[in-house]
Design a protein around this ligand. Structure first.
Ligand SMILES: C[S@@+](CC[C@H](N)C(=O)[O-])C[C@H]1O[C@@H](n2cnc3c(N)ncnc32)[C@H](O)[C@@H]1O
Ligand SMILES: [Zn+2]
Length: 325
């Protein structure tokens, strides 16, 4: 039986476990940081976008978003369900696993994820706009729970997730990361809460670089500046493994998927180079000396060549001799 994933206090520097408040109206940590449930629900609100601050935090936001999605899929001549299936498949889910969905909006991906969990496991869905998230919970929460899946919703910022480290098997995001206050933090948070070896999928507007200057590219960007975004490969964690970049919706949405790594990449920095320079990756990077007279340097290189040894070997021998070692 998989362990239930509990919310943790997202207050900066806290991270304590949360319990239901004495009056049953929300969650509270031992340090007294309190978070109410959304009215009429048991969905915790850790951080909610101010009403009216974006198109997602207005009355009828979910219905307006439905309309935007109809436009999107008609424009790109793509079927929504098939696209979402293809994206979810990249998580390589197995029955009973736990999945976090960030910026889940009105929950359109959740049934596709739920189908892959074989009637067990858990889905946590979050969004910073309560108007979107609560509509999503209303639309698919009961049906997913009826499948036997532990489904939890929360209103919070995806750049400050209310979870401990390495608790989910996978994390998924589609369609909103370009809007996060920090895309880097959004990716780092997904990476932090996923277990080593777990899968992460991130997709959003961002056309292939070869389209940027084309008439089509310029027309799309004039229509919506988000299309000018580029896949945030430079913001992936250094430890990411098995990274794939591809494109959906006729090369106008990037999709990055990767496996969460466990520590530094297993690259051997000490394999010696054969040849004129010699040394190794580590020696060339970490063993650099101060500058010397360029004429002396050239003379040393010529002497190394004459003796048939690499420059590094020649220098190390000379330096050890100077130190009497
Ligand atoms: C275009 S909608 C996509 C919704 C959903 N993923 C889908 O595919 O239908 C983008 C969503 O990202 C959410 N969002 C924006 N900034 C966020 C943040 N910092 N944390 C969590 N969600 C955020 C918005 O509130 C909105 O619901
Ligand atoms: Zn706290």
């Amino acid at each position: 039986m998989p362990t239930m994933i509990a919310f943790r206090c997202p207050h900066p520097g806290c991270g304590a476990s949360l319990a239901e408040s004495a009056d049953g109206t929300g969650l509270v940590c031992a340090a007294g940081h309190a978070f109410p449930f959304a009215p009429g629900t048991r969905i915790p609100v850790f951080e909610d976008a101010p009403a009216g601050s974006s198109e997602y935090s207005i009355v009828d936001a979910a219905a307006i978003h439905d309309n935007a999605l109809r436009w999107l899929f008609a424009t790109f001549g793509t079927d929504e369900a098939t696209l979402r299936e293809r994206l979810v498949a990249r998580l390589r889910l197995r029955p009973g696993q736990s999945v976090l969905v960030t910026g889940a909006g009105a929950g359109n991906d959740l049934p596709h994820i739920a189908e892959k969990l074989g009637g067990q496991g858990s889905i946590h869905a979050q969004d910073i706009a309560s108007q979107m998230l609560l509509a999503g919970a209303e639309r698919c929460g009961d049906a997913i729970a009826a499948m036997g899946i532990d489904i939890r919703f929360s209103v919070c910022d995806a750049t400050r997730l209310p979870y401990g480290d390495a608790v989910f098997d996978a994390a998924y995001h589609y369609g909103g990361i370009n809007l996060f206050s920090s895309i880097e933090r959004g990716i780092a948070e997904m990476d932090r809460v996923v277990k080593p070896g777990g899968r992460i999928v991130i997709a959003d507007e961002g056309m292939g670089a070869w389209l940027l200057k084309s008439e089509l590219g310029r027309a799309l960007i004039a229509n919506n500046a988000l299309y000018a975004h580029q896949a945030p490969l430079a913001l992936l964690p250094e430890t990411a493994r098995d990274v794939t970049l591809s494109f959906e919706l006729h090369n106008c949405f990037y999709v990055i998927d990767f496996t969460r790594g466990d520590g530094p990449l297993p690259i051997d920095l000490d394999v010696p180079h054969v040849g004129r320079r010699g040394g190794s990756i580590r020696k060339r990077f970490a063993g650099q000396l101060e500058g010397v007279d360029p004429a002396l340097k050239e003379a040393l290189y010529r002497e190394a060549e004459r003796q048939g040894v690499s420059r590094v070997e020649f220098l190390e021998t000379a330096l050890r001799a100077a130190l009497g070692r």
